[in-house]
Design a protein around this ligand. Structure first.
Ligand code: SF4
Ligand SMILES: [Zn+2]
Ligand SMILES: [Zn+2]
Length: 317
């Protein structure tokens, strides 16, 4: 197995490119793919201050390493979600990575700052854990970017993530989401610009990149992910990819090039008027933003069920 570029011994095969690469040229391939995505979708300007949402996993840490290498001004933002050992360990990975590389790091802590954690708060608020978590992350990323004056928020979503979301939105014909499924969301109404520079890389690519760059990342998945339907879509797409290498790439990028524009109207029609949240000031479409409503419900005192007292039981006469 020889590297396509230098003909030296290869360490990895990339079937969708029908090629093998040595360590040096695989690392270069990953960086080139990110640079290509940034340029193709006009994601970043050279002077942008970029806030990267870091989780301690391979994607977000690879993203920090690659954007830093490409010369962007990057800072990390981590949210401690209060998901037991998972949160404690993932925070450790992020803090070690940041201190080794002098990466400025902002940390928000849901239990300390807002009084709830995802497992208990989502139950109290009667939401699925990933729904409460996603809402919290979006709100806190936006808020951190607004308060810190960052130009753009970058997340580590990769090709597998985006293809799985596309599959879900297509299977259920969520046309309004299809209209917004681009790797760049422009800034609007007080919301920051958001970009996904890893869309040309797969999970396998980012794992291999971390290995070759000696990036120590959290391998364990979040325990709350079990049952998440995106995992089923990812698994289905992986099965398709085995017999049809490149299928994920052509599914996602074919959609962006040939179909996304047909759903732009559906996305636009769903955009409500924006105002400031009466509690936190964040831009939102109602009196109180969804995050403040979640905090209220997640931290509401739980009523204690009282057993009926003897004196209140009916006595037959
Ligand atoms: S799996 Fe769900 S709960 Fe866990 S980090 Fe992801 S979105 Fe949050
Ligand atoms: Zn090589
Ligand atoms: Zn609010």
């Amino acid at each position: 197995m020889k590297c396509r570029v230098c003909r030296g011994p290869a360490v990895i095969d990339v079937r969708r490119h029908n090629a093998n690469f040595c360590a040096e040229h695989f690392v270069k391939l990953c960086r080139d793919q990110v640079a290509k995505a940034i340029s193709e979708f006009n994601m970043l300007q050279p002077d942008d201050r970029v806030l990267i949402a870091v989780s301690g996993g391979k994607d977000s840490l690879a993203l920090c390493d690659i954007l830093d290498h490409l010369g962007y001004r990057v800072e990390g933002f981590y949210i401690s979600l209060g998901i037991g050992e998972y949160s404690k360990e993932s925070r450790g990975y992020v803090e070690r990575f940041a201190s080794q590389r002098d990466l400025p790091l902002i940390i928000d802590d849901l239990p300390i700052d807002y009084g709830f954690d995802i497992p208990h708060g989502s139950r109290a608020a009667k939401r699925a854990p990933c729904s409460a978590c996603g809402l919290s992350k979006r709100h806190l990323f936006d808020e951190a970017a607004r308060k810190g004056g960052y130009d753009v928020v970058a997340t580590g979503h990769n090709l597998d993530d985006e293809a799985a979301v596309l599959m879900g939105n297509t299977l259920h014909w969520h046309t309004e989401y299809l209209g917004r499924q681009a790797p760049v969301l422009p800034a609007h109404d007080g919301f920051p610009k958001k970009v996904k520079p890893l869309v040309r890389l797969t999970e396998r690519d980012t794992a291999a990149y971390c290995l070759l760059r000696n990036i120590d990342y959290m391998v364990e998945e979040c325990p709350m992910a079990a049952g998440n339907r995106h995992l089923f879509y990812k698994s289905a797409l992986n099965d398709i990819e085995v017999s049809s290498p490149g299928a994920k790439h052509s599914f996602y990028f074919g959609f962006l090039q040939r179909a996304a524009q047909h759903f732009a109207d559906a996305a636009g029609q769903e955009m409500p008027a924006i105002r400031a949240c009466s509690q936190c000031g964040a831009p939102c479409s109602s009196e109180t933003c969804a995050f403040c409503r979640l905090v209220d419900r997640a931290t509401a005192p739980v009523p204690i069920r009282m057993k009926p007292s003897r004196s209140s039981t009916k006595v037959k006469t």
